[in-house]
Design a protein around this ligand. Structure first.
Ligand code: ADP
Ligand code: MG
Length: 463
């Protein structure tokens, strides 16, 4: 039990981890791209602001006449928007500050790169942009616009932090819900496992309950139940077979025992008893050997170890052989071979002989000695049609469906004098099926019985 629990837990964990992993990956990619996009947007905005501020000052300087004296005028840099964390200074070509805006609350390094034009440089929390200002007297100065990015970076940090928080929360929820859902989904499996464990050869009555949605697990349960049905049927059939077989074997054994006792007591002196006993024991032993032979045949066919050895042979010669043998056995009956077409057939000769023997034995057994037994062998398409008719006692209509069942005999009383075990036609049916054929019995009480067998042609198939 424990073993299965662990395996079951493993599947739901596996599913959970896979789904949570995918979820985490998607969320991370999404967050990274959002952060990257926002960062890019804010940087572009900051650069545009710094450039605009520079443009504005330079434009104003140009408008006022590009005089060197204007560079030190405070008015020049008054127009820069406040609240934007922007600091502006003008440096002459010797590197001395000649004009600057109010510093914002940030330490600006003394040495600021000035030998660049219009290139935005980010240094720590600061964004610099240097511009060259051309003065009328062919001289020049530098304009440096600095923007603090501290707020931007703060914002980005906060955003990243919130996203990470959301991502971890999402991951936790994904793991939890994934585990709960997969556990719920897989619950029926543990039910199936528990039922399967409780099913044993001694209790094949258990079935998996079929409640719940029509899904794959329901299919599994249905398949499983159907399998147990088949197992149960075959197990019950097997049991029935064994008990019927033992029952059938008990009769000849008790007859033999009875006669041996008789012999023991009186047979040594009485010649008549001795002779009778020997005859009966001989018969019963032969019956038993016959019965055991049939039982073994059916047992082998049940376990599918029967080999069918198909070969090509002339059916007409074969039927002729069977006919001659039948005439010897049924020396009081009138045995007629009415049709025997020349047919090359591909089948198991030995099994087909056994099949015809069983049918003809029945006809001999259930037909009075004055009766007639007729054999026909005809071509039917590519296959053959075999018909065996007799003018015997017949079989009641309602019994016909049962005569192929094992140990089934129509009327045990009328058979008292006849030997037989009810296995003959079960074997016949098996042989017909093994040749993919069909068998049909028509009968009328007091008139006779007609057995029709159709065997299709099966060529070049080795079974
Ligand atoms: N030709 C037939 N005429 C009358 N009854 C038949 C004939 N063939 C079969 N049956 C009936 O079918 C039963 C089953 O036949 P079978 O399986 O050969 O068993 P068995 O011959 O050992 O009794 C027989 O017991 C008999 O009642
Ligand atoms: Mg028989």
């Amino acid at each position: 039990m424990k073993f299965y629990r662990i395996r079951f837990a493993k599947i739901s964990w596996k599913l959970t981890i896979i789904y949570a992993g995918i979820f985490f990956l998607i969320l991370t990619l999404l967050n990274i791209s959002i952060l990257y996009g926002v960062n890019y947007f804010l940087m572009q905005q900051a650069i545009a602001q710094v450039t605009d501020t520079g443009d504005m000052i330079i434009d104003q300087f140009h408008e006022s006449g590009q005089q060197k004296a204007d560079l030190v005028d405070k008015d020049l840099i008054l127009g820069i928007p406040s609240n934007d964390n922007i600091y502006v200074k003008i440096v002459n070509k010797h590197g001395r500050i000649i004009n600057e805006s109010a510093k914002f609350n940030l330490k600006i390094p003394e040495k600021i790169p000035v030998k660049t034009n219009r290139i935005a440089i980010i240094q720590g929390n600061l964004l610099y942009q240097n511009r060259i200002i051309n003065v009328k007297s062919k001289s020049y100065a530098y304009l440096q616009v600095v923007k603090s990015l501290r707020n931007v970076f703060h914002f980005l940090k906060l955003l990243a932090f919130l996203m990470l928080g959301a991502e971890l929360t999402g991951l936790f929820i994904a793991i939890l819900s994934g585990y709960i859902i997969s556990r719920e989904v897989l619950k029926p499996i543990s039910r199936i496992t528990a039922t399967a464990q409780s099913i044993s050869i001694h209790d094949l009555n258990q079935r998996i309950s079929m409640l719940g949605p029509k899904d794959e697990l329901m299919d599994l349960a249905t398949t499983f139940n159907a399998m147990i049905d088949r197992l149960q049927q075959s197990f019950e059939r097997q049991n029935q077979f064994v008990s019927d077989a033992s029952h059938e074997l008990r009769t000849p054994i008790s007859v033999i025992q009875g006669y041996i006792n008789l012999l023991d007591r009186w047979g040594k002196e009485e010649k008549a008893i001795l002779q009778e006993s020997i005859t009966v024991i001989k018969n019963e032993a032969a019956n038993m050997a016959d019965l055991i032979e049939r039982l073994l045949f059916l047992a082998r066919s049940d376990s599918n170890v029967h080999k069918i050895n198909r070969e090509s042979f002339w059916l007409d010669e074969f039927i002729d052989e069977v006919y001659r043998e039948t005439r010897i056995i049924a020396d009081h009956h009138q045995v007629i071979l009415e049709h025997n077409e020349k047919i090359l057939f591909f089948g198991d000769r030995k099994l087909l002989k056994q099949m015809l023997r069983a049918i003809l034995d029945n006809s001999i057994k259930f037909t009075p000695e004055t009766g007639k037994i007729t054999i026909h062998s005809l071509a039917e398409g590519d296959g053959v049609k075999l018909v065996i008719e007799d003018t015997g006692i017949g079989i009641p209509e309602e019994e016909i469906p049962h005569i192929f069942n094992r140990f089934y005999q129509v009327d045990k009383v009328r058979l008292k004098t006849q030997n037989g075990s009810g296995l003959g036609l079960a074997i016949v049916k098996w042989i017909v099926d093994a040749h993919q054929g069909a068998i049909n019995v028509k009968s009328e009480i007091g008139k006779g019985t007609r057995v029709l067998i159709i065997l299709p042609a099966v060529r070049d198939i080795i079974i």
